[in-house]
Design a protein around this ligand. Structure first.
Ligand code: NDP
Length: 455
């Protein structure tokens, strides 16, 4: 049987674009890709990239304050959201074009259209056109999820923040994960009065308990009003703003309410269920280690599979798929020891096991250092950094590393290489410190603060 193309990719985000490019340029495949919105997907258009630029923008007030402590005669002036947004929009257009030209240069045909799957080898575009493909890759990503409470339509999501005409004076952020904590710090830095409502015991569930407590304390010290054990039961527009009814203290009237209560895979209406492709409880496409679905010609990568919802992971999955199917190099994406960073202020960088997870697995030693970094201490700040290593008593391998400090995202990337290589605590110890840096604490922690489950 002949097909119109060898590969049809649905979704122009990180995973889909990488797979399309490698299949076409290195695998010699005839590739088409459909994207219904803007090329680049969540990461480039409404996620990592604009978020990180907002993180940079939001850090200046504190830096200007600190500059005065260092002898500079400076004042900050006002932040212009419209000026920032104009510059941001220009940068996103540049990146979007770079993604598009990367595909075109690789020989990929782009369809600026929604596409759905009709059968194991056919996709249908919004205008009714049908294209047959030897392989189909679902890379449609995810979207913010807002629980259905009365007034839910009044809530903003992270998608909306980048498109606001003006910043609100006050905001209630609902949720306690990556997005909630990052936007709490960003908006606070930009001068917005921030209240955060989280339903559980402590924000950043899933991260190391000591590290998440440290971040929460730092956020509170900076002036973010965090309410744990708080659930929002209704939203209502009033003359003064949006009134939030809540259990647990976060109730009140705010200029805006931002929901950051998780994300759902984009599988609605794609036609997958009818083909016998399994969907999980969150709507995710079920795939095997090679990103293959129950229909052998159809694969899925990235957030739509709800494995690890991070751009670099989606890229690795897309690349492994293209190598396997189009280059004859059969391989799986590696989901072990994936480092990540939460861009709060201060940042949280993490790789490997939390103390609790490691202790459940085997006897461990825990090394912790907390201190006030030289740069901000000089400026009179009380900010503390936290470095933590979780070490196996039996093998001496570093099982987990957790850093809360300015630049933790950069530091954890480097620590992750050593940990991925299987470094032991003694390997860290025999590495000479770079002085004076914050990161030198990684190699100067002498004695464990505790041993858990002694061997
Ligand atoms: P997360 O899963 O990180 O957090 C969701 C939060 O919403 C949790 O605190 C959760 O509470 C809460 N929640 C869920 N449902 C409800 C509900 N019905 N009512 C009240 N609260 C609720 O999702 P995010 O949306 O923050 O981020 C999605 C993913 O995107 C992340 O997991 C991450 O993989 C990725 N991401 C990565 C970033 C980075 O690398 N820096 C930045 C941003 C996103 P509970 O803990 O109780 O379940």
């Amino acid at each position: 049987m002949t097909f119109d193309v060898d590969l049809f990719v649905i979704g122009g985000g990180s995973g889909g674009v990488r797979a399309a490019r490698i299949a076409a340029s290195e695998g010699g495949a005839r590739v088409a890709l459909a994207e219904e919105y803007r090329m680049g997907g969540t990461c480039v258009i409404r996620g990592c990239v604009p978020k990180k630029l907002m993180v940079y923008a939001s850090a200046f007030p504190a830096q200007i304050e600190d500059a005065r402590a260092y002898g500079w005669d400076v004042t900050g002036g006002d932040f212009s959201w419209p000026a920032f947004r104009t510059a941001l929009d220009k940068e996103l257009i540049r990146l979007e074009n770079a993604y598009r030209s990367g595909l075109v240069n690789a020989g990929v045909t782009i369809h600026p259209s929604r596409a759905v799957v009709e059968d194991a080898h056919t996709v249908r575009l919004a205008d009714g056109q049908r294209i047959t493909a030897k392989h189909i890759l679902i890379a449609t990503g995810g979207r913010p999820f807002v629980p259905q409470i009365p007034g839910a339509d009044l809530a903003l999501t992270s998608n909306d923040v980048f498109l606001l005409d003006a910043l609100p004076a006050s905001v209630l952020i609902v949720g306690g994960g990556f997005i909630a904590c990052e936007f709490a710090c960003i908006l606070h830095g930009l001068g917005v009065q921030v209240t955060l409502a989280y339903r559980g015991e402590q924000v950043l569930r899933g991260f190391d308990d000591e590290a998440r407590g440290h971040v929460a304390d730092a956020m509170t010290a900076r002036g973010i009003d965090i309410h744990c054990h708080s659930d929002i039961t209704a939203l209502e527009r009033t003359a003064d703003g949006i009134r939030a009814t809540a259990t647990g203290g976060a109730g009140g009237t705010y200029d805006a309410v931002l929901y950051a209560t998780g994300r759902k895979p984009n599988t609605d209406g794609l036609g997958l269920g009818a083909l016998g492709i399994g969907l999980g409880s969150n709507g995710e496409v079920l795939v095997d280690d090679y990103s293959q679905t129950a229909v052998p010609s159809i694969y899925a990568v990235g957030d739509v599979t709800d494995r690890i919802a991070l751009t670099p992971v989606a890229i690795r999955e897309g690349h492994a798929f293209a190598d396997t199917v189009f280059k004859g190099q059969v391989r799986k994406a590696d989901h072990e020891l994936v480092a990540s960073a939460v861009f709060t202020q201060p940042e949280l960088g993490t790789v490997g096991l939390t103390e609790a997870a490691a202790a459940a697995q085997e006897p461990i030693e825990v090394y912790v250092a907390t201190f006030r970094p030289m740069q901000t201490l000089f400026a009179g700040r009380q900010d503390r950094a936290l470095f933590k290593l979780v070490v196996s008593q039996a093998t001496r391998r570093v099982l987990g590393c957790h850093i809360v400090a300015p630049g933790a995202g950069e530091m954890i990337q480097l620590a992750a290489i050593a940990i991925k290589m299987g470094a032991t605590k003694e390997d860290f110890d025999r590495t000479v410190a770079v002085h004076p840096t914050i990161a030198e604490e990684l190699v100067t922690m002498k004695s464990p603060v505790r041993r858990v489950g002694n061997a």
